[in-house]
Design a protein around this ligand. Structure first.
Ligand SMILES: CC(C)(COP(=O)(O)OP(=O)(O)OC[C@H]1O[C@@H](n2cnc3c(N)ncnc32)[C@H](O)[C@@H]1OP(=O)(O)O)[C@@H](O)C(=O)NCCC(=O)NCCS
Length: 231
């Protein structure tokens, strides 16, 4: 699923169960010592995805440990992102000369818990979501919205170290499977705050991905697909 959302040059790997967790490097195993079985499996399957995605760039198996703020630390010259939710694990990576940043997120394709939307969306964003729902009630718009903001944050944080609340981002969703997130950090940052992303719903999941710094010249077919839903 995630591959459909990514521009060329970004490699990915995903799993829908924990049937093939990665053998962990000692530092990874130490991190998971004493953690619940569920978290250990989730972590190990995500590492299997990470190593497979890195192999697509020609990078051999390495430990993928959390850095500051929990963001995964990738080999030098590589950017990437990890997500996991019930029934899904994925990792994406790219050379930083291909994209400056990437962020992915997955969520179960259901409604958000009651009361959450009021915390994460502005009145204007809530009005836009209501209009989208009126036009097509089959999409869990609020969950897509939540996931898209998390994907943008995962691309933003490793480059800046700046934490953002959900109200520090303005998100515009397009029914065509795209979105734009404009981040408003509480402190100044030289990093471009605009992230273009894509979303899809399938297999009971919402999956979102953003990138920043995609090269201006894309293969023709990709350029159309990647830019078509821009709002
Ligand atoms: C960090 C956060 C986005 C993770 O999202 P999540 O839905 O809880 O978890 P997911 O399973 O999708 O992703 C977990 C992975 O994200 C990655 N991650 C964790 N913190 C991260 C960070 N600060 N930056 C980038 N990636 C991060 C890790 O790789 C983690 O997996 P791992 O622990 O196995 O390595 C979320 O917990 C959070 O803090 N959100 C608040 C900030 C925010 O989203 N603001 C939105 C406005 S832009």
């Amino acid at each position: 699923m995630i591959e459909e959302l990514l521009p060329s040059g970004v490699t990915s790997s995903e799993a829908f169960d924990d049937a093939a967790p990665a053998p962990l490097f000692p530092a990874e195993a130490a991190l998971m010592a004493g953690r619940r079985e569920r978290r250990r499996l989730q972590f190990a399957t995500a590492r299997a995805c990470a190593r497979q995605a890195l192999a697509g760039l020609g990078v051999g198996p390495v430990a993928v440990l959390p850095g500051p703020g929990g963001a995964p630390r990738w080999p030098s010259g590589v950017v990437g992102s990890i997500t996991h939710c019930e029934g899904y694990r994925a990792a994406v990576v790219a050379p930083e000369r291909v994209v400056a940043a990437v962020g992915i997120d997955a969520e179960p394709a259901g409604p958000l818990p009651s009361g959450v939307l009021g915390l994460i969306a502005s009145p204007a964003e809530r009005a836009a979501l209501a209009a989208l729902a009126a036009a097509d009630a089959s999409v869990p718009w609020e969950r897509v919205f939540f996931s898209a903001k998390e994907a943008a944050y995962k691309a933003w944080y490793p480059a800046t170290g700046i934490w953002l609340g959900f109200r520090d981002a303005e998100l515009v969703l397009s029914p065509a499977g795209a979105f734009t997130a404009v981040l408003r950090p509480p402190v100044p940052s030289p990093v471009d705050p605009v992230y273009e992303g894509r979303w899809l719903v399938g297999r009971g999941l919402v999956v979102t991905a953003v990138t920043r710094g995609v090269p201006a010249v894309l293969p023709a077919a990709r350029a159309v697909a990647f830019g078509s839903g821009r709002v």
